[in-house]
Design a protein around this ligand. Structure first.
Ligand code: SAM
Length: 279
């Protein structure tokens, strides 16, 4: 029996290539091609885009992306056991899939991609967060990518879209929302994966804005936000006292009460503080 795209069903692919899930590589596979097509659609119209997929595994999401019309997919996979399965997909979609066997934290695939570029991934969570922070903090803006469509642990997804005053609000929300539109687009129970992870997951879609929402020097903003949330229960005048001898005046100049805690401060106010500190 073949899958909806004419390739074998993913359970068969996994059995044929003996892809027993490795915990060390965070392997929780998506086997439902309707679901992977839905995730691909959440990435938007990919027909004129190159897609960078990180961690294709047996290729469920890769097949979703190609079936939904991605111009080209460049996939970076660390586990070489997955390469024969990915090779079958590459032959089926001739000229549209290229696979790099390597660690996404080490390889730089940029030279192999033609803009506009979308990034799509169902990654192990620790690698996903580290890559997200890298993608959100490039040297120049706009970045090399136009959109990110990424699977995260539900709790991490909530941190990305969080608003001031909530427990989830912090560095990730500010980094993401300063220069992107960020939304949770799909929620998934553990049973959507094989093997099922312990927690629920969610797909977050981020769209790079052409300009930051509020002007600020990126490095200064990143430093202020990191320091503010490293001691999130402290008043800002205490958490930030290492930044400037007259930090209370600077906070006031940015329209922030020095007795406020980081959790209450908006993105606009953090940007104002970064500008005051840089002036
Ligand atoms: N995309 C597939 C799916 O949705 O079924 C697999 C998802 S599984 C959660 C994560 C995949 O990322 C695995 O195939 C794993 O081997 C791969 N991976 C883990 N760490 C990686 C890294 N540092 N670089 C590239 N791939 C990695």
């Amino acid at each position: 029996m073949s899958g909806i795209d004419g390739l074998p069903p993913l359970r068969e692919v996994i059995a044929t290539h003996q892809l027993s899930a490795k915990k060390s590589l965070g392997q929780n596979f998506l086997l439902d091609l309707n679901l992977t097509a839905k995730i691909a659609r959440a990435a938007g119209d990919l027909s004129n885009m190159d897609v960078l997929e990180v961690g294709p595994g047996p290729g469920g999401l890769t097949r979703g992306l190609l079936a939904e019309g991605a111009r080209r997919v460049l996939a970076v996979e660390k586990d070489e056991r997955c390469l024969p399965a990915l090779d079958e997909i590459a032959r089926h979609y001739e000229g549209r899939l290229e696979v790099i066997n390597g660690d996404a934290l080490q390889v730089d695939p940029l030279a192999k991609l033609t803009p506009p570029i979308a990034i799509c991934a169902n990654l192990p969570y620790n690698v996903g967060t580290e890559l997200l922070v890298r993608w959100l903090t490039p040297t120049d803006w706009p970045p090399f990518w136009s959109t990110l469509t990424l699977m995260f642990q539900r709790e991490v997804a909530e941190r990305i879209v969080a608003q001031p005053g909530s427990k989830a609000y912090g560095r990730l929300a500010l980094l993401a929302q300063w220069r992107c539109e960020a939304r949770i687009v799909i929620s998934l129970p553990p049973s959507a994966f094989t093997p099922p992870p312990k927690v629920s997951s969610a797909v977050v879609h981020l769209k790079a804005l052409p300009e930051p929402r509020y002007p600020a020097d990126a490095k200064t903003l990143e430093r202020v936000v990191a320091m503010s949330f490293n001691q999130r229960r402290k008043m800002l005048r205490a958490a930030l006292k290492g930044l400037a001898p007259d930090i209370e005046d600077k906070l006031l100049a940015a329209g922030i009460e020095p007795t406020e805690r980081a959790e209450q401060v908006s993105l606009e106010q953090f940007c104002a503080l970064a500008r005051v500190l840089k002036s």
